[in-house]
Unconditional design. Structure first.
Length: 424
């Protein structure tokens, strides 16, 4: 990457170089990932998209995924212990079955090469695919093609930038409000035992306490609790879900400066232009304090709206987070390349999505400016991922053809009796 000097509202001089921005704005982990992306890429494996393989049946249903405990509250909503995710089983004329989230009825009877095409060493949606498919349809196509050509799904998305992808525990909500003060340490301890070294903490307790001052103090207490349980070397992030005021956000920067946060997420609502000055002031305060903290936002956007794009372009928001099922993997690949010149990282929002979190991992394997996966800490009995390992904060997919998902037929019959099948 080049390091041009460009006008920047975040410095009193009106200019900051890309090199300065990256040096000040990227945490140790982000720098390490960027360095990995610059290392020689893993060679692409030779494969050819098969012609004429037709989709002959689509079975759609939902199955239960569980966090293993009640998650608790963020700044505006309470969250239960489990929910139902979508699941699709797709049969083909080649006798290969694919698993994924959904597949639109418009794909029934179509051949795979009508929906996706191979160019420049990776898969792309065709014009028909873009018109007729939803973002949640893409996973099963990767599973099918990968199984047909004997390649892992990530190898179909481009040159591999890294073989393992960092992942944080996204399940640290406000459970102590219901279960007592020891709940946060218990939740973090479970994450540490699972191999996590990064934790995102929900803040904004003032909404539930009906007192912004007490809520802020309680948020700061929660950050300390997580730090004590996770250890001094863990990376911590916070997510306010747009609850904080500009003044509270600035105060939090100062109050966490001795142990800087990896990122601060949705501190202000970027969809409100009247808050953009506050957002830029927050970024300026972080830079002036020479802290490595990033600002992350955009999970409710597509990342290109006029309410967020200027904040990415000028370096105010450093991590863009459109939901993985909002953009989809194919669009995300293009989007990441579009915003990379701004020095922006991507970290797709993947909360409450079992297969969706793995889709984020696939992007992390091939996108040079990928930051980190959000782990919703979900498990299920119908679908499992035995080909994926997680250790020391990193997810590593095996080179299993397709997505590497395994379906338990007995659990499918038990949980998915209402499954509906369409055939040609």
């Amino acid at each position: 990457m080049s390091n041009p000097t460009s006008p920047c509202p975040l410095r009193p001089t009106g200019a900051c170089s890309r090199r300065e921005f990256l040096a000040l704005g990227m945490s140790a982990l982000a720098v390490r990932l960027a360095a990995r992306a610059e290392t020689p890429a893993v060679a692409r494996s030779a494969w050819t998209l098969p012609k004429g393989v037709r989709i002959t049946a689509i079975t759609s249903t939902r199955y239960t995924v569980s966090h293993g405990r009640k998650i608790g509250r963020n700044s505006f909503k309470d969250h239960s212990a489990s929910h139902a995710d979508p699941l699709v089983r797709v049969q083909t004329s080649a006798g290969v079955e694919g698993l994924g989230n959904t597949l639109s009825a418009a794909a029934l009877g179509r051949t795979l090469d009508e929906l996706v095409e191979q160019r420049d060493g990776r898969l792309w949606l065709t014009g028909l695919g873009k018109q007729s498919l939803k973002p949640t349809d893409e996973a099963v196509l990767l599973d099918l093609v990968g199984k047909l050509v004997g390649q892992p799904a990530y190898a179909l998305l481009g040159t591999v930038a890294r073989k393992q992808v960092p992942m944080y525990d996204g399940s640290i909500y406000m459970r102590e409000l219901d279960a007592g003060e020891g709940a946060l340490r218990e939740d973090v301890a479970r994450g540490v035992a699972a191999g996590h070294t990064m934790f995102k903490i929900k803040i904004g307790r003032g909404h539930w306490l009906n007192d912004r001052t007490k809520g802020y103090d309680r948020d700061l207490w929660a950050i300390g609790e997580v730090r004590a349980a996770a250890g001094p070397h863990a990376q911590l992030m916070v997510d306010a879900n747009n609850y904080y005021t500009p003044e509270e956000a600035l105060r939090l920067v100062k109050d966490t400066a001795t142990q800087p946060l990896y990122w601060m997420e949705e501190m202000l609502d970027e969809r409100k232009p009247e808050l953009h000055a506050g957002y830029r002031a927050l970024r300026r305060a972080i830079l002036d304090a020479k802290l490595p903290t990033l600002l992350a936002d955009g999970e409710s956007s597509r990342g290109t709206e006029p309410t967020i794009l200027p904040l990415l372009q000028d370096g105010t928001i450093n991590v863009s987070q459109p939901d993985i099922w909002n953009l989809g993997m194919f669009r995300y690949l293009d989007y990441g390349a579009e915003i990379r010149p701004y020095g922006t990282l991507v970290a797709p929002h993947g909360w409450s999505k079992y297969i969706g979190a793995f889709e984020c991992c696939l992007l992390g394997m091939v996108m040079p400016n990928f930051s980190v996966i959000e782990d919703p800490r979900l498990t299920g009995q119908v679908v499992t991922m035995p080909a994926v390992t997680f250790r020391d904060g990193f997810m590593t997919p095996a080179a299993t053809p397709g997505l590497g998902l395994v379906l338990d037929e007995a659990a499918f019959k038990r949980e998915c009796a209402d499954a509906k099948t369409q055939r040609i």
